[in-house]
Design a protein around this ligand. Structure first.
Ligand SMILES: *Cc1c(COP(=O)(O)O)cnc(C)c1O
Length: 392
């Protein structure tokens, strides 16, 4: 029996039992996403990996492992996390350039290692060949086909990109030992963007795929977003599998935990300066860096656009950074010190990017579900701040 996730009204009193601020992963919403991804795996005949860059939360890895094929990593630490916390599942890793000694270590835990250039492959192929464990090696290619506007920092196909081998830099004479190709060009995009990219990829690199074992289509597939064209994704994956006789991998990060987490916080003070500014106990700069980097305006349960409801506030963090501003929101009731606010879609690219700038405490981590209620997973303290600064 599928479980209906807790409604926003049901969530607020539960989250209020946790420390503030606290990230809370909703296990029922996570399960809904995982069921969609399971269906894609089944119907397309592909394998899906969790990209840990977006969401690294070992507490829920057993749940993810019940659905997905394993994890992908951006280097040794994430690879170790996937290896240790999803035992028996696949470990893939791609890094733009490996550190000295990193590939030796990875050979002990990763089944698939992807290189970003032929020079990296030439440097490390001996290490992989002499590894007692069998490791399947691949190359990341750059089809030079941008399908996104606006977010240049998330476009690996932008001119001058260091990510992936271009057609011009491709050296077919060095392919011996390479078993797969990898491409990652999308960010929060639909299956139409994938379908638009594949002709560029196939025209430039398809000829090399015959005889290889796998093709990894990277992340950025917003599969669990309402309105995503899942049948189109399935058709394209099936077509690639049949045409090239390869195993196809997808490695979404966002789609795994999209809309499956919250950041619960409280108002500390209200100050007036032409506008009403609410200072909260969480920070854009420390706890939701994508709000400043991307940038975007996160949603708050029960809030409206500025001016839409009677009481409008500019929300900012308690750091000394003037630009530590989350956004402008309106509410039905005035905010007062102690008011609880719940940001939505805060599982991804959130606590895995946290920092302790300005001595900000790290928010606690928890889970919530209809059956299990709330669970406090971890709290952090002064020690976590001090040790990062070099003092034990
Ligand atoms: C960031 C990244 C992903 C995950 O991307 P999402 O946008 O979170 O789905 C997958 N693969 C690679 C190589 C990445 O850099």
């Amino acid at each position: 029996m599928p479980i209906t996730p807790l409604s926003n009204q049901e969530l607020a009193p539960l989250l209020a039992q946790l420390p503030s601020p606290c990230y809370v992963v909703d296990l029922d919403r996570l399960e809904e996403n995982l069921e969609i991804l399971s269906r894609v795996q089944r119907e397309a005949g592909c394998k899906i990996l969790l990209a840990q860059k977006a969401f690294s939360f070992p507490e829920v890895y057993p749940q993810i492992a019940r659905h997905l094929a394993g994890t992908t990593a951006s280097g040794l630490y994430e690879a170790r996390l996937g290896y240790e916390e999803m035992p028996g599942k696949e470990v893939h890793v791609y890094k733009p350039a490996y550190l000295p000694g990193e590939v030796e270590e990875l050979c002990r835990i990763a089944g698939h290692i992807i290189f970003n250039s032929f020079s990296q492959w030439e440097r490390y192929r001996g290490v992989v060949r002499s590894s007692p464990r069998k490791v399947s090696c691949g190359l990341r290619v750059n089809p030079e086909c941008s399908t996104q506007e606006g977010h240049a920092i998330y476009d690996p196909c932008a001119p001058g990109s260091r990510l992936g081998i271009t057609e011009k830099a491709f050296r077919p004479e060095l392919l011996e030992g390479i078993e797969g190709l990898h491409m990652h060009t999308l960010c929060e995009q639909g299956a139409d963007a994938l379908a638009a990219t594949l002709p560029a990829f196939e025209e430039k690199f398809g000829q090399y795929l015959y005889g290889m074992k796998w093709l990894n289509l990277g992340g950025g597939h917003h599969i669990t977003r309402p309105g995503y064209d899942i049948p189109l994704l399935i058709r394209e994956v099936k077509r690639l599998r049949e045409k090239y006789d390869v195993e196809v991998y997808l490695e979404p990060g966002e789609a795994v935990a999209l809309n499956a987490g919250f950041l619960s916080c409280r108002v500390l003070d209200i100050v007036e300066n032409g506008i009403s500014a609410a200072i909260v106990d969480t920070s854009a700069a420390c706890h939701m860096p994508d709000v400043l980097e991307m940038p975007y305006r996160p949603q708050i349960i029960g809030s409206g656009e500025p001016g839409e409801k009677p009481y409008t506030y500019r929300l900012g963090g308690p750091t000394c950074l003037a630009g530590d501003i989350i956004g402008d929101y309106s509410f039905d009731q005035p905010l007062v010190p102690g008011s609880q606010l719940i940001f939505t879609d805060m599982a991804i690219y959130s606590f895995c990017k946290n920092n302790t700038f300005n001595g900000m405490p790290l928010p606690a981590l928890g889970t919530v579900s209809r059956e299990g209620g709330v669970k406090l997973v971890k709290t952090f303290g002064y020690e976590n701040f001090k040790t990062r600064l070099g003092k034990d």
